[in-house]
Ligand binder design. Structure first.
Ligand SMILES: Nc1ncnc2c1ncn2[C@@H]1O[C@H](COP(=O)(O)OP(=O)(O)OP(=O)(O)O)[C@@H](O)[C@H]1O
Length: 391
């Protein structure tokens, strides 16, 4: 076997980067009673990329997303790390008054260090969040048109009332709702429509990055799929990047470009969606893949993962996954593995090396066959011809 791989440097920021998260740590509480909910999270997101964050309930996905946008509620506190937003406001295809159109170069904003004025400028306009409970986040006593035009009024002050209304109609049309719904109250819309309105509001100012926390979980599967397909079409058209949070890995395999798997507050594997699907490198990723029916491809027996995630107040030593891992070795019980390029994977000449935090991938032994498959890199389910069919 080859020598152990070194911890790779995080992917360097390029002209294409929209977000860099470096060693982000988030605690709930302070002092002796604090529990660490996110440990050393590092991610880089390119413009237009869909990054999926997956992991069981409590793995820290929402905490990571709200932490990096500084929307964490008390007692959540950022205890370390850096989040850099590469702000490049675009010339607007629609909506913005001429004076507000900015097409200058990229400004790197330190989101954790920014003052509230800067944060307000960035949030919603450039970085929008669709929360888990978005369906219930609409104001029940305001009509849809008022809620949409209020966003525009607050952030696009120079738009006239007529322009705002036209934009509201256009936004609704964009998410598949006809203009005659503009005067509706939220309770007059179906759950799917309310969710579409929330997505329209998030996209109203043409953000560069949209964070979606389980945006369609409460919807039936058919509506969920319709909304997600529309969302992907809008992404193609408008070019925003997405961080998509879900516990449903099979959904991410379908729609994400890359995926980060979280377990007990740590990212344990990061890979392209297709390589993760065809050749996972972390036993937890493999377990998650075996826990969900694939939307396409051969039918396989669902195996699931034995046991349940640990409490953050009593994390096992070493690799936190070791008590549930069928391949755990002595070392896994005492030493915490760092993210490394798995021994089976070639060094990438462009783009980001895939990484996994598992001692099986350190090059000192042959990983078990299910974690040692060749990653073809082809046939991404996301670009599959069958995508969208209802198998
Ligand atoms: N307000 C809070 N106070 C203390 N601990 C919290 C708080 N909110 C979340 N946590 C803990 O932080 C951990 C991560 O929670 P988080 O909601 O980020 O996970 P998640 O992966 O998004 O889960 P889900 O899929 O259920 O939303 C959990 O163990 C949770 O109990």
């Amino acid at each position: 076997m080859s020598a152990p791989t070194a911890v790779p440097a995080p992917r360097a920021a390029t002209a294409d980067t929209v977000l860099e998260v470096r060693d982000l740590c988030i605690d709930y509480g302070v002092g002796a009673g604090a529990v660490r909910a996110v440990t050393d999270a590092t991610l880089t997101l390119r413009r237009g990329e869909v990054l999926g964050l997956a992991g069981e309930s409590g793995s820290g996905k929402s905490t990571l997303a709200y932490g990096l946008t500084r929307l964490l509620r008390a007692p959540g506190v950022i205890s370390g790390g850096e989040v850099l937003f590469h702000n490049r406001p675009q010339s607007s295809a629609f909506g913005a008054a001429p004076n507000e159109v900015v097409s200058a170069g990229t400004e790197i904003v330190d989101l954790l260090g920014a003052d509230m004025a800067k944060l307000r400028e960035i949030r919603w306009s450039q970085l929008a969040v669709v929360f888990q409970s978005a369906m219930h986040a609409l104001n029940p006593v305001a009509r849809i048109d008022a809620q949409l035009t209020d966003v525009l009024k607050a952030h696009r002050r120079q738009m006239s009332p007529t322009e705002r209304r036209e934009r509201a109609v256009e936004l609704l049309r964009m998410v598949g709702i006809s203009a005659d719904r503009l005067r509706s109250y939220p309770h007059e819309l179906s759950g799917g429509m309310r969710q579409r309105v929330m997505i329209a509001m998030a996209l109203a100012l043409e953000p560069q990055l949209v964070i979606m926390d389980e945006p369609t979980t409460a919807l039936d599967v058919v509506t969920q799929r319709e909304i997600l397909e529309e969302l992907m079409q809008l992404r193609e058209r408008l070019g925003f990047a997405i961080i998509f949070i879900t516990h449903d890995l099979s959904l991410l395999i379908e729609l994400a470009d890359s995926i980060a798997i979280m377990y007990a507050g740590r990212i344990v594997e990061r890979a392209g969606a297709d390589e993760l699907f065809h050749a996972p490198r972390h036993p937890y990723s493999l377990g998650l893949l075996n826990s969900f029916p694939a939307l396409h491809g051969d039918r396989v027996r669902m195996e699931g993962i034995p046991g349940s995630p640990p409490s953050l107040t009593a994390l096992p030593g070493g690799c936190a996954f070791h008590p549930r891992c069928p391949y755990a070795m002595d070392r896994c019980r005492t030493e915490t593995p760092q993210l490394v390029r798995p021994v089976s994977d070639p060094v990438r000449t462009g783009g980001e090396d895939r990484v996994a935090a598992c001692w099986l991938q350190d090059g000192l032994q042959e990983p078990p066959a299910p974690l040692h498959r060749e990653a073809t890199g082809n046939g991404s389910p996301a670009t599959d011809d069958t995508h969208g069919s209802d198998q």
